[in-house]
Design a protein around this ligand. Structure first.
Ligand code: HEC
Length: 159
């Protein structure tokens, strides 16, 4: 029951973020203005990253993620540092909970299926809101993303 409530919460949150990030105009009713997750724990985020199987496809810059994989990765995307295209906190959170949205801005054959959807699975059912917050905190420390403090007008996706 509790899990169901959390899952519904995640689904709503994912929906809210996805919808709000889709439109860049700050005055729109779908504006991302004011969106901000609560503080998370880097350490718990790292644990969740391993527990949820993100390491099957990702390594993270400057992180030694245990346990070591026993089978080689079919897909390998390095997260963090300068190899990334994630530029803002909003994009980082979106790429975790709504990967196909980000991919639509930069189609890359090796990362998409035949329909152009990201090879990254949908984690909105499997991940709790807390895990999402902690993973965002963990990855944010490895990305050089811009976190908006005050009002911001341009929150769209760059080319
Ligand atoms: C089956 C493989 C797979 C798994 C498992 C997976 N991902 Fe991904 N992920 C991808 C692929 C492929 C991309 C690149 C395409 C895209 O942006 O969707 C990606 C992209 C990302 C990006 C954006 C990368 C960038 O800098 O542009 C983030 C952040 C991310 N994943 C986080 C996660 C997290 C957190 C998990 C675990 C909850 C996870 N991924 C699990 C395949 C995977």
């Amino acid at each position: 029951m509790k899990k169901q409530i959390i899952q519904t919460g995640v689904a709503w949150l994912a929906c809210l973020v996805a919808v709000s990030l889709f439109v860049g105009c700050p005055m729109s009713e779908k504006s991302p203005l004011g969106f901000r997750l609560p503080e998370g724990s880097i350490w718990k985020g790292k644990t969740a990253f391993v527990d949820l199987g993100c390491i099957q496809c990702h390594s993270v810059v400057d992180e030694d993620l245990m346990p070591e994989l026993t089978t080689p990765r079919k897909v390998h995307v390095v997260l963090g540092g300068e190899v990334t295209r994630v530029k803002t906190y909003g994009q980082l959170v979106t790429s975790i909970i709504n990967p196909s949205h980000i991919i639509s801005a930069r189609p890359k054959a090796e990362y998409t299926d035949k329909e152009g959807k990201s090879l990254m699975p949908d984690f909105s059912e499997a991940m709790t809101v807390r895990q999402m917050i902690d993973i965002a905190e963990f990855l944010q420390a490895r990305y050089e993303v811009v976190i908006p403090e005050h009002a911001y007008s341009d929150y769209g996706y760059g080319p």
